[in-house]
Design a protein around this ligand. Structure first.
Ligand SMILES: C[S@@+](CC[C@H](N)C(=O)[O-])C[C@H]1O[C@@H](n2cnc3c(N)ncnc32)[C@H](O)[C@@H]1O
Length: 216
């Protein structure tokens, strides 16, 4: 996993000191598992409960800015892990009066995420669902404005990113965004095929970050 410049408070997106304190703590305490652990990641995500694998600040700020720009009120965080991406989403939801729906398979991680959101004063703006996202995200309660697909190695023919996209894309409104970390090949070929109702760009953030918008 690539290192990135330390988190800086140079931008003017999130200014609440409680939220920034939690983001800064999570960013400065990242841990990375040993190389070659992909097999174990597929078979036992719980073995990685100590590792956040969190999005980088530039991705978080982009999420925050776009959610504010579109006045998003129902957004999805797959997956939540210990809550870094959920913090950026929930910070935006605090301003728009909305809610982030998070999905996390490992219960200990979901609990840590809830604690981090509470410490940031954002508990009221987040619904973190424990369990397999392919089930917990089936009913999002209405049209969704923004989805993060920050996945995990899958154990079937398709990546988890692709499979979760199939669950959430029908619930995304036209004009809604999908942001993807990890660039899973089957996900990328699906989202870049205009017949699938998306147009998409690859942004040079953390290697490559795919940003797509649903156009019909
Ligand atoms: C890359 S991390 C997410 C990081 C998070 N977005 C952040 O910024 O902190 C991927 C997470 O997916 C979780 N996961 C793996 N399989 C899952 C599944 N089927 N449903 C929900 N979460 C899953 C893992 O436990 C891991 O915490």
């Amino acid at each position: 996993m690539k290192e990135h410049p330390p988190f800086q408070l140079a931008n003017n997106t999130i200014t609440d000191p409680h939220i920034l304190a939690v983001i800064t703590r999570l960013d400065s305490t990242r841990t990375f598992p040993a190389q070659g652990s992909r097999e174990a990641m597929i078979t036992d995500p719980a073995a990685f409960a100590e590792h956040g694998f969190s999005i980088h600040p530039a991705q978080g700020e982009l999420i925050y800015l776009l959610c504010r720009a579109m006045r998003a009120t129902r957004v999805v965080d797959f997956a939540t892990s210990i809550g870094m991406s959920a913090l950026y989403f929930a910070a935006a939801m605090k301003e728009t009066g909305g809610q982030v729906i998070g999905a996390e398979l490992v219960p200990e991680k979901a609990e840590v995420a809830r604690r981090n959101l509470a410490e940031a004063g954002l508990a009221d703006y987040a619904d973190i669902r424990s369990g397999d996202a392919r089930h917990t995200l089936k009913d999002l309660g209405g049209p969704v404005d923004f989805v993060l697909i920050d996945g995990w190695p899958g154990n079937s023919g398709h990546s988890l990113a692709y499979e979760v996209l199939q669950v959430v894309a029908p619930q995304l409104r036209v004009g809604g965004y999908v942001l993807n970390d990890n660039a899973e090949p089957d996900f990328i070929s699906y989202i870049r095929n205009p017949a699938n109702s998306f147009i998409s760009v690859s942004l040079p953030i953390k290697g490559s970050t795919e940003l797509a918008v649903k156009v019909f």
